[in-house]
Design a protein around this ligand. Structure first.
Ligand code: IMP
Length: 198
């Protein structure tokens, strides 16, 4: 069975492709020559994942899924949340000269300066559209925001997020371990369970 993942991220495609196994042929946006930006202009992960998945379903008529992820920090009332990707660019840009991921980390560490409650969680929502019907899956990884960055693996906020049960950051972890316990892995497990049961 063919299924489209609304992403251009080859790393994500490979990761999910290997979990799905041979019964499924996973296609990315590049495989379909879809080059325009997919709209995601809502204020929740659920709405954005849904919007992206429906956009691709209507555009291609193929079964598909899309994901959206945010880092929700307790002491910041859930921020940056759905705005995680462009956190340092919201309002007056904090570190316009930096790579977005680096600027985001610097801004978050500044916002967390002096805060004792460091609890946070990554949350991923996947929307799957199968024959015109939508299903959503959520995956959560709880942890804390560290006081400084450490590690060079992974991407995004990984150097300042330490998951529950570990003393190290996601960026200090072997990718295979992160991929077992991450928010995305947990949401993908639910997606795969559903698809495999078909
Ligand atoms: P997206 O929904 O996967 O595009 O992610 C939204 C934002 O969250 C981006 O800034 C990513 O860098 C960040 N992000 C998503 N997943 C992870 C992760 O596993 N580790 C660190 N940052 C992540």
């Amino acid at each position: 069975m063919e299924i489209v993942f609304a992403t251009n991220n080859l790393h994500k495609l490979e990761e999910i492709g290997s979990l799905l196994g041979e019964k499924f042929q996973l296609l990315g946006l590049k495989d379909l020559n879809i080059e325009e930006e997919i709209p995601e202009d809502h204020d929740t992960l659920e709405e954005n994942a849904s919007q992206k998945a429906w956009y691709i379903y209507k555009r291609t008529g193929r079964n598909c899924f899309a994901d959206d992820t945010g880092l929700e920090v307790e002491a910041l009332n859930g921020a940056p949340g759905v705005y995680s990707a462009r956190y340092s660019r919201i309002g007056s840009p904090t570190f316009p000269e930096m790579e977005p991921a680096e600027g985001n980390i610097r801004k978050l560490l500044l916002e967390m300066d002096g805060k004792e409650d460091r609890r946070a969680r990554f949350r991923t929502v996947i929307s799957l559209i199968l024959n015109g019907k939508e299903y959503q899956f959520e995956g959560i990884a709880g942890g804390v925001i560290t006081r400084s960055r450490s590690g060079a693996e992974g991407f995004g906020y990984d150097p300042i997020f330490s998951p529950d049960g570990y003393e190290i950051s996601f960026a200090e972890m072997d990718l295979s371990l992160k991929n077992k316990i991450s928010h995305r892995a947990r949401a993908v497990d639910k997606l795969v369970e559903m698809l495999k049961g078909m």
